[in-house]
Design a protein around this ligand. Sequence first.
Ligand code: BJW
Ligand code: ZN
Length: 231
Amino acid sequence: MNIFVLTGAGVSAESGLGVFRGQGAALWKLYDPMQLATPEAFALDPRLVHEFYNARRRNLIAASPNAAHVALARLEAGLAQRGGALTVVTQNIDDLHERAGSTSVIHMHGELLKARCASCGAVSDCRDDLAVDSRCGCAGALRPHVVWFGETPLFMDEIYAALEAADLFVAIGTSGAVYPAAGFVRTARAMGLRCCELNLEPSDNADEFDDRRYGPASEIVPSWVEEILAL
Ligand code: BJW
Ligand code: ZN
């Protein structure tokens, strides 16, 4: 069996990384992420946007994967043993899937531990704070390697190829509010895939899913993975 999993902020919530919308969104008291996650905000006040991502980068480095990330890594290994495959397409910019052991992860909204040159586009590792005067070798300004509103998400061709190869579509910890990710369930349905939602509460597009399970990701993801591996 080939499984396509789309993850969102809810899968990392219990690792202390905060969500944008829904229960627990009050974590971002100091900032309004929807005002900061735009190229316009960065052009207007790069210092503030760097501060927002620097705080999150430090928090990420101190965080650990939770039971949901670990279960997905176990699912990848279990499916591979059975001749199948798991593709995790994540909207998250953290590296917790990889740290839990997942190897097939697509970061459609970029990665917090990388920086991108605004001039030449070179992407480099970044574990330290960025500042307005942080520079690439070409002297261009560095920005967080993340996809802001109005920018094109990454790896769209690979994502649609993975959807086409899948037998099951599963969305975990995502509110279904941000496109194109929120539209994947509709595409999957049109391809005839069964669709399953695992979330703390019904997402904006919950009625497009065949199966729905609600609770903390650290509980419902491991139990769902056990069910799949027992099939
Ligand atoms: C738990 C839990 C627990 C909590 N256990 N669950 C009008 C209509 C349609 C589209 C548009 C429109 N106007 C503009 C657009 C396009 C726009 C868009 O979608 N806007 C909407 C706001 C309407 N999209 C874009 O601009 C995208 N680009 C684009 O469309 O380009 C055109 C194009 C498309 C296709 C091909 C080619 C070109 C870019 C979007 C970029 C999003 N960027 C951000 C910031 C990234 C960097 C950062 O992290 O700072 O990405 S915004 C933010 O939202 C972040 C997330 O990845 C993204 C999605 O959020 P996610 O992951 O769903 O989190 P939450 O917080 O929303 O939900 C968490 C869920 O977990 C909740 O349901 C909780 O209940 C749950 N939960 N605890 C389980 N313990
Ligand atoms: Zn450069």
